[in-house]
Structures are given as C-alpha cells and as structure tokens.
Design a protein around this ligand. Sequence first.
Ligand code: SF4
Length: 387
Amino acid sequence: MTTTDLPLLTLGRGVDPHAERGVDCPGALPPASDPDLVARARAAKEALGEKVFVLGHHYQRDEVIAFADVTGDSFKLAREAAARPEAEYIVFCGVHFMAESADILTADTQRVILPDLAAGCSMADMARLAQVEDAWDALVEAGVADQVVPITYMNSSADIKAFCGRHGGAVCTSSNAEVALRWAFEQHGPDTKVLFLPDQHLGRNTAVLELGHSLDDCVVWNPFRTSGGLTSAQLADARMILWRGHCSVHGRFSEHVVDELRATVPDIQILVHPECKHEVVTRADLVGSTEFIIRTIENAPAGSSWAIGTELNLVQRLANAHPDKRIVFLDKTVCYCATMNRIDLPHFVWALENLVAGNVVNVIEVDAETQKWAEVALQRMLDLPGI
Ligand code: SF4
C-alpha cells in the first residue's frame, strides 16, 4: 500500500501534499503560550497591508476569525478572494479543499496559503480520484454510465471537481444542491441518474426532501466493496447513486437528542445543516447551509429557543452574539471540526511573519489540467438558474 492509498494520516504527520490529509508543518511555530501572539499577528498583518487578504471560514476559532477580512462559507470566500486581485497573498483560514477552490478561482498572480497543511477535510478524503474512476468504470460495465451525471459537493478535492467537469457534471454547494440536482436530472431525459459525491447525506436529503424522490430511489456506493456493493439491477433501478461519504462533525447529531430536546423544551426549534443524517433532518424545523443558519438566528425573535446542528465554533459564536435568544448545541458532547481547528494563532502568526520576511509558505496550487476541468464544473454551477 502506498502512502496515497491510506484513508487518513494522523493529523499533522506523514507526507501527502496532494490530499486533504496534509503534511507536517515545515516551520518553527511560535509557542501557543506566547503572550504576544495577538500583537504579532496584528503587526504582521499591518506590515503586509493590501498585499494580504485573510479569509475566515465560519467554523474557524474565534482567535483566528478576529483577523479575517471576510468570513463566510467556502464558496463565498473563494469568490471574495477572486474579487480582490490586488491581494498578492490569500491566507485561507479553512481547510485544504477550500484553499484549492480559491486557487482555482483567483488570478494566477495570487498565491493561496493554508496556515497549516494538516487542515484537511475527512469528508473530502472519503472520495479519492482513483476510487471514483474505478466506480465510473464499473458504471460503464453495468451499462448505465451514459445516463449518469456526476455532481460533487463543494467539499471535495479539486481532482474530484475536475472529474465531474470531464464527465458532464457540476459542483454544488449546500445552498444550491436542489437547483444543481434539478439541472442534472434534465441532462439525459427521464432515465437520468446522478452520482452524488462525496456526502451521502446532502445527496439523500436533497433528492428526497427537495426533489420528491423516495429513499428507495437512492443507493449507496461503497468504494471499499466490489462494484460498490451494488448489483447491476440495483444500479439500473437507482436514480441517486450516493457516494459513501459523510461529515464527521454533522454525522454525529442524533435523532434521539432531537426527541429528548423536544420533550424537555417544548418551544425549542431545531435548526440543522443538510450534511446531518436523514433521520435528524426529517425531525428538524429548519434545514439549510451555514449562511442560512446564521440568517435564521439573526432574524429570530428575542426569547426564542434554538438547538443548532452544525459546527460548534459557529454555534458558540451565534450564542455569544445573540444573548437575547436561547441557543444550544444539538449534541451532548463537545465536537469541533478537528481539522478546521488546526488553524490556530501560532500557525496564523507563523504564516504571516514568513510572508513579511519574504518566505511564501504552505502555498496551495492546483495543476493546470485539474484546474481547467474543475473550472468547467464550477462554471456549470455558476450558470445554474438563480445562482
Ligand atoms: S465540518 Fe465536516 S465537511 Fe466541514 S471541514 Fe470539517 S469534516 Fe469537512
């Protein structure tokens, strides 16, 4: 087994710069106990001025968000970076696939920097290009590939986006998955099938709850089993072929906690992200992207009660920003996205101080061929009606 065949490496250890799993941080980080970290970050950012633009994903730590020029979800951040051509350095406080998307959408003169290369995404790592190519070969063998449109969630590596571009498919976000699926199902007439990568939950929730498909229309492709663990008959009957991937954070929320909360707090409203399991989403009052969750809480009346099923850094920030509303996390245990949390103040200071010194560290660069086809898939998304 080669290194690239390993499903995951221990965070921050090992070598695989082309995958979400990351590599060792190559530099000498300042100690986390350094009382001057905030001042050092401020000084480095000031010294770089307009040359640097800092993007902060909603799931980042407060200590990092404090230095973000803009916050948002991955797609919004990539577009914001593309709209700042004067910024030579885009410091992406998020995870690897997000930095890749920013590199694809920004000018060639802009360099995208991920402060810690071990900040990957376990969901994106669940769909590797070799696995997806094997799956496609099996679909060809089963005689259904001509009817299949591959759609990948933004939370996937650049080479999976490029695969979708090459095979007539598109990218989607959690905000536009419904529109993307409607578009996909129109591509080959009534027999069209969708291969949805890599998040089975977003695919299932959107197909069933937004497009009216049944759970029986959905099958799950297991990349670790021959022919995905599916028979030719199952593939022929399926409308949605869901890749067996999930978010390790959103996959934790349970329907039992929803039921318990409803029993103990009668007026509570359950607000969840569509990466949650179907059983959780069907019990929720409202389902939507991180941007939708933020808007919903901002517009909620004072005194209202909410249990939110998304990453804990964001839920805590919402609770702190809205003390007039009762906001709780929809899980009994504390669970941050471990890889998002890799970006901390020591890594941020290290990356910025290196830029000040003229060393461009941790650059995320997508090769030209992958970029070309990933852009095709992204452009198909941008061309969708209403996007
Ligand atoms: S929250 Fe889930 S999808 Fe987002 S980066 Fe973490 S593991 Fe990946």
